[in-house]
Design a protein around this ligand. Structure first.
Ligand SMILES: [Zn+2]
Length: 348
């Protein structure tokens, strides 16, 4: 079969690889859609020390079971499925607390196991046994279902932010992840949802979603006053950083209201992970800062259920689809801000 194989920085050729073959306990999926993640883009541009090439990337997918050597599984040949991509090989205090995203005993699809930028993907026996496959029970398009994985990562942050009716929320970053955060805030009843970005094109796309305001981030810092004005001078109760930039992290601390909750959803580039932040904002404003990494199985389940409910605008978040052979075009579309989510269709 032809797969997009990561060989190193800026090397993602679509090349012939051996068809996957199954051992006991495994399943084979025919991949209908795999959306391109910001981390795929980052791996392509900068490499990733955690990924040992050659490796087939792609971890946000929907596929059909075409072969099974797991007869005891409730998932059967013909089922259309999505997958929680964290595989847990042992237990510890994090696994026992339901936070398998934090355990050292984990491996991940597209990092340690081949992913879904290919017409077929093998599901490891451990994932089948742990119930990581979830069956689609309606006819929602595969592109929409593929978004369950990144939406689950957003759910992980929200499971600790506790956004509700009393909250005003600002999201820095109008990419697909920022839009997902803003939409989740709205669905949880936030009074006001504001999205900021330094790319006017992204803000234009963001206005297609149910937001109260969009704010252009400017080099002179005037966007900070704009957010203060929009929130009656108090600043937002919750600020989520969905761009990988220290300037955005600083903006979050500056614009947050007193006693605000700030989530650094996006990390910084692994090559430059330190930043100068005005930590006195945390002190004087009594801010609560949290991070967010990957997702718990409960987050994935919740994201999948929300997409299934039809109340989440997954169809508006997927703006482009491409055949596998044109996967590198997806990166340009994402970087320019022309696309939100790009879905790859490996069967084409
Ligand atoms: Zn992802």
């Amino acid at each position: 079969m032809k797969a997009a194989v990561y060989l190193g920085k800026e090397q993602l050729p679509v090349q012939t690889v051996a068809d996957p073959t199954l051992d006991d306990g495994e399943m084979l999926l025919a991949i209908d859609s795999c959306s391109v993640c910001g981390t795929d883009l980052r791996t392509y541009r900068h490499g990733d020390a955690k990924i040992k090439p050659p490796r087939i990337l792609g971890h946000e997918f929907c596929g059909r079971v075409v072969e099974s050597r797991a007869p005891d599984s409730p998932i059967k040949v013909g089922d259309r499925v999505v997958m929680y991509i964290v595989l847990v090989s042992g237990t510890d205090r994090y696994v026992e607390a339901g936070r398998a995203n934090l355990t050292a005993n984990r491996t991940t699809i597209s990092y340690h196991h081949d992913g879904a930028f290919a017409p077929f993907m093998k599901v490891p026996a451990l994932a089948v046994r742990q119930g990581n496959l979830f069956k689609a029970t309606n006819d929602l398009p595969s592109d929409h279902l593929s978004v369950a994985e990144p939406l689950g990562c957003c759910m992980n942050a929200h499971s600790r932010l506790g956004i509700g009716l009393k909250d005003t929320v600002a999201v820095i970053g109008a990419g697909p992840i920022g839009i997902m955060h803003a939409t989740l805030a709205r669905l949880q009843g936030a009074q006001q949802v504001i999205v900021l970005d330094n790319n006017p094109r992204r803000l234009e796309m963001a206005r297609a979603f149910d937001l109260d305001a969009t704010v252009l981030v400017k080099p002179d810092g005037s966007h900070r006053e704009e957010v203060a004005r929009l929130t009656g001078g108090f600043g937002p109760d919750v600020v989520i950083v969905a761009v990988s930039a220290a300037a955005a992290q600083n903006d979050a601390l500056e614009i947050a209201g007193k006693a605000g909750r700030v989530n650094f959803f996006a990390g910084l580039p692994k090559s430059a992970p330190t930043a100068t932040l005005n930590v006195n904002t945390i002190h004087y404003k009594e801010l609560e800062i949290s991070g967010s990494y990957s997702e718990k199985k409960s987050d994935f389940q919740a994201a999948f259920a929300l997409i299934n409910s039809g109340r989440f605008p997954a169809g508006k978040i997927v703006t482009h689809t491409l055949p596998l052979a044109r996967i590198e075009e997806a990166f340009g579309l994402m970087e320019s801000g022309e696309a939100l989510k790009v879905c790859i269709h490996p069967q084409l």
